[in-house]
Design a protein around this ligand. Structure first.
Ligand code: MGD
Ligand code: MGD
Ligand code: SF4
Ligand code: MO
Length: 679
């Protein structure tokens, strides 16, 4: 038996544990570790079961090339030669920006860095992005504008110190279980909890106040809370005066958002809003925790700015137990953003549009003429492909056929592509459209780092050899670069890649494999002696002063009407992860939640004659999906909720391709739907 300390491949909480493997190169289980600051000898059910998929027989083991419409096995040489020949042809015919690279929040920092280096240094395009676009793009834009840095301001341990925790649009106990537990423990010790979510999530049972506002009305709620706070003189005058700018503008904007006015928009009672405002403002240390309920809207950036406004107004920033805390979703989505797998920035959020920054990267990478135009996002790339403007996509570790909005639209886009490469560990629905499929090795079979939601850069370690001919993503990417004739992408191991990252990325300047050996380090960590940064914006914001950005409430793009009377909201459940490629191949997890389901309120179900566990049809203007009715009082009347985990009942066949104008994030949380019985 061998024990290998590594980081969980599921959520951004970033638990570390030991993978236990035997002499036959098989992982047999996991063992928690006591000294990790977040996991503290615990993991959630996905952590416990994070090895079944690794051993699963469906793992991709051999490269494949499409020949005469059929996928055929190939050698690595044939597959990679084909990839670069086709990409070269397409580039020469249509230009550099006709190719797009989807990077992956499932892969390591080193691999994300190499993907963006490949796109920029070798293919000379800024067309690189990843699933943060579908997730926290609103956070990255909104907090960069207000604070100067788009990450969680505080640490997970700050939950223990808060007097009041405001959880909005985060089903924390199911989606970030070890943070959820931490919140429950804090409440038990006396912290107050406010939950804003119109589903009766587990945290709601422990809240002093549960706000069941309508989906998409968070700006109205926050503006009204600020209206009350200012009206009653509860704002932190000193903080506002010394640390922020543009306050007058905010004050003027929130004037009209009286509790009564916001009550009409949100469906709440005015007293609930007043109580929430008073509690939040009067707490000594209050923190906001939010996730997809805030970001996944056509006004997601406005929502995030509202969260920032609320904490600045009450002075809850730059100290333990406070802050704006967006819980990042994927195991390494924070890292994929940090590494510049985004169309507008290099690693460390250094802008591609700034000449001196481009010059630095040109020098470091030994290339000339790095592109200065901002590239496509994941979402605009799919649109461009559907319009025939984008010709090729190289996808590493994403499954857009299941995860992007409006599946028929995605299908049309993928079908139109002249060339699609899919590099994954499993044959995904997206891989069905690929011209070349490259088998990658999983987290258990490679070295590297993931960065958790609290900006903690942690080690991932190789426990076993990869199955079949599969190879690490970093090795594959280096091979592609070399075959393209680029000489500066050769590394002996991921530790060397991290050294290069540190040399070009100021916030990672002090990170190296030997320093982060056991517990990791929280960025910014600018030099080798820096201890890391648990709390951001202490004494001063990254951008200097905090910027109040006044925003008006804007309704969601497609609201319920007579024909489609329900609001369809989508999200996740405890046992499955995303498009299910990993959890549905995990015996125990798949046993717990086996069928596509739709939550519907008891009174709605009664009116339609729908019984619990009966299969029903859910339809929107995009399509219809069969799912099992879960009749419950845990959701308000008029709203239905589905997950996007099931290939056989894909929620994204229903969702709308409406985007936030700035962040380009889809509106996954609101569209109009109807349900009917299957006779
Ligand atoms: N088990 C499991 N864990 C996961 C994942 C997974 O797939 N499975 N995915 C990971 C990833 S990448 C992410 S991004 C996170 C997501 O984590 P969460 O954001 O917590 O999960 P969601 O289910 O998308 O949505 C959370 C809640 O938002 C509420 N909501 C919907 N609309 C609104 C609104 O307009 N306002 C407010 N205030 N609330 C609203 C929903 O009712 C829902 O309960 O989870 C991560 N962890
Ligand atoms: N309707 C609806 N849709 C949503 C959301 C929603 O709330 N509602 N949420 C959105 C959010 S927040 C997110 S983050 C996205 C997620 O969207 P995706 O990232 O597309 O979804 P995943 O299923 O996580 O896909 C990750 C892929 O990486 C593969 N993989 C795992 N490990 C490795 C590895 O080491 N190397 C390689 N090469 N591949 C690997 C997996 O098999 C899988 O196919 O979905 C979005 N879609
Ligand atoms: S809380 Fe997240 S990181 Fe921790 S074990 Fe569960 S899925 Fe893994
Ligand atoms: Mo996410």
């Amino acid at each position: 038996m061998k024990k290998t300390l590594t980081t969980c491949p599921y959520c951004g909480t970033g638990c570390m544990y030991y993978l236990v493997s035997d002499e036959n190169n098989k992982i047999t289980g996991i063992e928690p570790t006591a000294n990790h600051p977040v996991s503290k000898n615990w993991v959630c059910v996905k952590g416990w079961n994070s090895f079944h998929f690794v051993n699963h027989p469906d793992r991709l083991k051999v490269p494949q090339i499409r020949k005469n419409g059929k996928m055929e096995q190939a050698t690595w040489n044939e597959a990679l030669d084909h990839v670069i020949a086709r990409l070269r042809e397409i580039r020469d015919k249509y230009g550099n920006d006709s190719i797009m690279f989807f990077s992956s929040a499932k892969t390591t920092n080193e691999e994300n860095y190499l993907m963006m280096k490949l796109a920029r240094a070798v293919f000379k395009t800024n067309n690189v992005d990843h699933c943060a676009r579908l997730c926290h793009a609103s956070t990255v834009v909104g907090l960069a504008t207000t604070f100067g840095s788009g990450a969680m301001t505080n640490s997970i341990s700050c939950v223990d110190e808060a007097d009041l925790i405001f959880v909005t649009g985060s089903n924390t106990t199911e989606q970030h279980p070890l943070i959820g537990t931490r919140i429950l423990n804090a409440v038990q010790k006396g912290a107050k909890l406010i939950v804003a979510d119109n589903r009766k999530i587990r945290l709601a049972r422990h809240a002093v106040l549960h706000l069941k506002h309508k989906n998409g009305t968070d700006v109205a709620l926050a503006n009204a809370m600020m209206n009350v706070i200012i009206g009653e003189g509860l704002e932190d005058k000193e903080f506002v005066a010394n640390r922020t700018e543009n306050y007058e503008n905010l004050k003027k904007t929130v004037e009209k958002y009286t509790p009564e006015y916001a009550a009409e928009i949100t469906g709440l009672k005015p007293e609930e809003i007043i109580e929430a405002a008073r509690m939040f403002a009067k707490a000594k240390k209050a923190m906001i925790i939010y996730s997809m309920g805030i970001t996944q809207h056509s006004h997601g950036v406005d929502n995030v700015k509202s969260m920032a406004n609320l904490v600045m107004l009450t002075g809850n920033l730059g100290k333990p137990g406070t802050g704006v805390n967006p819980l990042r979703g994927q195991n390494n989505v924070q890292g994929a953003c940090d590494m510049g797998a985004l169309p507008n920035v290099y690693s460390g959020y250094q802008k591609v549009t700034e000449e001196n920054i481009r010059a630095r990267f040109e020098k470091a990478w030994g290339v000339e003429n790095l592109p200065s135009n901002v590239g496509y996002t994941v979402t605009t790339a799919i649109n461009a492909a559907a319009e025939g403007k984008l010709k090729a996509i190289y996808i590493m570790g994403e499954n857009p056929m299941m995860s992007d909005p409006d599946q028929n639209h995605v299908r049309e886009a993928l079908e139109k592509l002249e060339f699609l490469v899919v590099q994954d560990i499993f044959p995904t629905p997206t891989a069905k459209f690929a011209h070349v499929v490259l088998p990658a090795s999983s987290y258990a079979e490679k070295d590297g780092t993931f960065t958790s939601t609290e900006r903690r850069v942690q080690r991932v370690r190789k426990a076993i050899d990869p199955p079949g001919q599969s190879r690490s993503d970093w090795e594959i990417l280096c091979d592609v670069a070399e075959r393209m004739g680029y000489k500066q992408m050769k590394y002996k191991n991921p530790g060397e890649i991290m050294d290069e990252i540190a040399s070009v990325t100021p916030i990672y300047g002090g990170i190296s494999f030997d320093r982060i050996d056991q517990l990791g380090l929280q960025w910014p960590c600018p030099d080798k002696n820096h201890p890391g940064t648990p709390v951001l914006h202490v004494g001063k914001f990254t951008r200097g002063l905090g910027l109040f950005c006044a925003v008006e409430y804007k309704p969601s793009m497609e609201l319920p009407d007579k024909e489609y009377p329900f609001c369809l909201s989508t999200g996740r459940c405890y046992f499955h992860f995303h498009t299910g490629t990993m959890t549905r191949r995990s015996r125990i997890l798949d046993r717990e939640e086996r069928f596509p389901f739709v939550e519907i309120n008891t009174s709605d179900a009664k009116n339609l004659g729908i019984r619990n566990r009966e299969y029903i049809m859910v339809a929107t203007r995009r399509g219809e999906v069969k799912a099992m009715a879960r009749v419950t009082d845990g959701i308000v009347p008029g709203v239905i909720f589905m997950t996007f985990h099931f290939e056989e009942g894909p929620a994204n066949l229903l969702t709308i391709n409406a985007l936030d104008p700035e962040a380009k994030i889809p509106e996954y949380k609101v569209c109009a739907a109807k349900v009917r019985k299957i006779s």
